[in-house]
Ligand binder design. Structure first.
Ligand SMILES: *[C@@H]1O[C@H](CO)[C@@H](O)[C@H](O)[C@H]1NC(C)=O
Ligand SMILES: *[C@@H]1O[C@H](CO)[C@@H](O)[C@H](O)[C@H]1NC(C)=O
Ligand SMILES: *[C@@H]1O[C@H](CO)[C@@H](O)[C@H](O)[C@H]1NC(C)=O
Ligand SMILES: *[C@@H]1O[C@H](CO)[C@@H](O)[C@H](O)[C@H]1NC(C)=O
Length: 231
């Protein structure tokens, strides 16, 4: 599906990053990668999985978990169009229907926007980094400078105020008197959501979702075993 020019660039990028990166998967799971391991949460979330807890009909809150989360796919038409709307989907329910990764700023949430996976198309431009980036991880809004996913100690209203979760949020730069800064909130750690190649299972004939527009993404085999250079 890729134009040949993109494929011929891949070997260069793979050798530049020294990390095995596959170009050939449409399905992927997300692994949480703490980019500064000296600031992990307690218990640590490095190499845990992006997973979900149910909070309502076809609504789920993203959390860090020890068990693998759903298989996602990046949905959209060819990236050669400058006006391409790409979202990141999974299939929920029986028969399967699309659920998309989305984000929502909450009035009482000082930890940025919460990440959700809800029925529908998901938020626009939630997708993997592009080929010029030697690493592959999920971004929102075309890789805005100074924005990051974070893992945070937090609660989820559906489960009351006592039960603690390690929730996944998204923070963007905020402005204070000195200028513009990416502030990682108290109780949070910056993370990348790294795609681990997974099989995108065929859908049953009565499915309400479709894999027709699932794009191939650059993903890693066995993210938890990867030796990142510089470590
Ligand atoms: C994962 O985190 C390590 C540091 O723990 C970093 O060196 C590496 O670049 C990260 N990988 C990705 C794909 O974000
Ligand atoms: C997936 O992408 C195609 C092509 O852009 C679009 O027509 C379809 O509505 C998308 N699916 C969802 C669930 O958004
Ligand atoms: C603005 O935020 C940055 C980064 O957190 C901090 O170093 C700086 O002191 C802050 N400035 C003010 C005036 O609070
Ligand atoms: C996060 O919660 C854990 C226990 O659930 C606690 O040990 C830790 O100190 C908390 N971290 C922060 C930064 O609040």
């Amino acid at each position: 599906m890729h134009p040949p020019i993109l494929l011929s660039l891949l070997p260069t990028l793979i050798s530049a990053s020294c990390v095995p990166l596959s170009s050939g998967s449409r399905g992927f799971r997300l692994v949480i990668n703490v980019t500064d391991p000296s600031h992990d949460l307690t218990p640590p979330i490095h190499n845990t999985y992006f997973n979900l807890v149910h909070i309502g009909p076809a609504q789920n809150r993203a959390i860090a978990a020890s068990t693998p989360g759903p298989t996602f796919y990046q949905n959209g038409t060819s990236s050669s169009s400058s006006i391409s709307f790409t979202t990141t989907l999974t299939d929920g329910g029986t028969p399967p229907f699309p659920e998309g990764i989305t984000y929502q700023q909450e009035a009482t949430d000082e930890h940025g926007a919460g990440i959700y996976v809800n029925a529908g198309s998901g938020a626009q431009n939630v997708k993997m980094t592009r080929l010029f980036n030697p690493l592959s991880y999920l971004t929102i809004l075309n890789e805005v400078i100074g924005s990051s996913f974070v893992g945070c100690n937090g609660t989820i209203p559906y489960y009351g105020s006592e039960r603690q979760f390690q929730v996944i949020n998204w923070v963007t730069t905020t402005r204070n008197a000195t200028g513009t800064h990416l502030v990682i909130p108290e109780g949070c750690v910056a993370v990348n959501l790294v795609p681990e190649c997974a099989v995108l299972e065929a859908l049953p004939v009565d499915a309400k979702s479709s894999h027709e527009w699932a794009q191939e993404v650059r993903c890693y085999e066995g993210v938890r075993g990867v030796k990142w250079s510089g470590n």
